[in-house]
Design a protein around this ligand. Structure first.
Ligand SMILES: [Zn+2]
Length: 385
């Protein structure tokens, strides 16, 4: 362990001690700013509503040279029942190589690795041409309304495009960097109410049962093949998560049935195509209904480019493995960054314990992650042209 390795661990511990349950930051961004300032970064705190965001940039040489951004979040999900944790979730505890604490893997450890990797890069490389930046929010785990999305709108107004972006989300499954994410599926929610007419179960002719009316349409909805996916994405899936109807008694035909469902969709489908196919099915069975849609994110993909190449080479050279280029998992802030034309890769520690009781991370892997990040920076910024 050298000094920088020590610092990766120390910073992670400091972050864990901050009880930054979403959307609170609890001083994490000040720690980041204090670390980056002496390295020559210009710090900008961007507060939108109740959310703290930080933009820190260090430019060198030609202003038109590439812009590399580390993106991440300081907020964490709530710890859940504290007495089920073997340790206090907001007190970092080390056992062997394992560091326990809420946010250890998602994603306070990555933040620490980003900081120390940057320090190592600047100290070793000195003269790069381009901009190094940090885009840090405390609104990723909750609404994601006043975080990354707003910072990007602001940056876009100023015309500062992002060339390459690494998001520190925990992308690895079994061992560090066995998997990186180069895209994510889209997510589309529907809240559907089938309308009927309430009545006595003994007099069905005087009522219109919305449950019965919905049956065939639902069977068709869940049986539909929305697309076959492609080389980057599995086929689009549709899942019903809630169904409610009736008042709990056995002699009333209910007047309404409500259901909530979600699409996780590939780039072979679009928000518009999924909506129109759903409506087609509902109309085919002559249902009376109301439907409300909300889009959580469009699918995105980074195909090829220098960033993926650098990430693959660094992982191969430092860790000796071929990383899997994946699009699995839930949404992340990458969905806001990619549409601006940036190459986006998510690379972070193992995700086995994220959002769980006893969240933890391998200390050695965090320190390796910092070295991998540095190596990626070196490859990107020393590449000719
Ligand atoms: Zn996260």
């Amino acid at each position: 362990m050298d000094l920088t390795d020590e610092q990766t661990l120390e910073l992670t511990k400091q972050f864990i001690r901050a009880e930054s349950v979403s959307p609170r930051d609890e001083g994490c961004q000040l720690i980041i700013a204090d670390f980056l300032k002496p390295l020559g970064f210009e710090i900008e705190h961007m507060r939108f509503d109740d959310v703290d965001n930080l933009w820190a940039a260090r430019s060198n040489g030609n202003p038109d040279a590439p812009v590399f951004v580390f993106a991440g979040h300081t907020d964490v999900v709530p710890p859940g029942p504290i007495d089920e944790w073997r340790t206090n979730p907001f007190e970092p505890v080390i056992e062997g190589d394992t560091l326990y604490g809420r946010g250890a893997a998602d994603m306070k450890g990555s933040l620490a690795a980003m900081l120390t990797s940057t320090k190592r890069f600047i100290e070793n490389t000195g003269n790069y041409e381009g901009t190094l930046a940090f885009l840090i929010t405390s609104d990723e785990e909750a609404d994601a309304i006043n975080g990354t999305v707003k910072v990007l709108q602001e940056l876009n107004k100023r015309g500062s495009p992002i060339t390459w972006c690494i998001v520190g989300e925990p992308s690895s499954s079994e061992t560090l960097a066995d998997s990186v994410r180069i895209g994510r599926r889209g997510s589309l929610n529907a809240d559907l109410t089938i309308l009927g007419q309430q009545g006595h179960v003994a007099y069905p002719d005087d009522a219109d049962n919305p449950i019965h009316a919905a049956m065939q349409a639902l069977a068709e909805l869940v049986g539909t093949c929305w697309d076959d996916g492609n080389q980057y994405f599995p086929p689009t899936t549709m899942q019903i998560s809630n169904i409610h109807s009736g008042s709990g008694v056995n002699n009333i035909i209910p007047g309404e049935m409500n259901l909530v469902f979600n699409f996780r969709f590939s780039t072979e489908s679009t928000e518009v195509s999924l909506k129109s196919r759903t409506i087609e099915i509902l109309e085919k069975f002559n249902l009376q209904y109301r439907i409300e849609w909300s889009l959580s994110g469009n699918p995105f993909i980074t195909e090829g480019g220098e960033l993926i190449a650098a990430v693959q080479s660094s992982i191969k050279e430092l860790l000796g493995i071929e990383t899997d280029l994946s699009t699995a998992g839930g949404t992340s802030d990458g969905r806001f960054i990619a549409p601006y034309g940036a190459q986006v890769v998510e690379l972070g520690p193992c995700n086995k314990t994220i959002h769980k009781i006893d969240e933890c991370v391998s200390i050695r892997e965090l320190q390796q992650l910092s070295r991998v990040y540095t190596d990626i920076l070196q490859r990107l910024f020393t590449k000719p042209g």
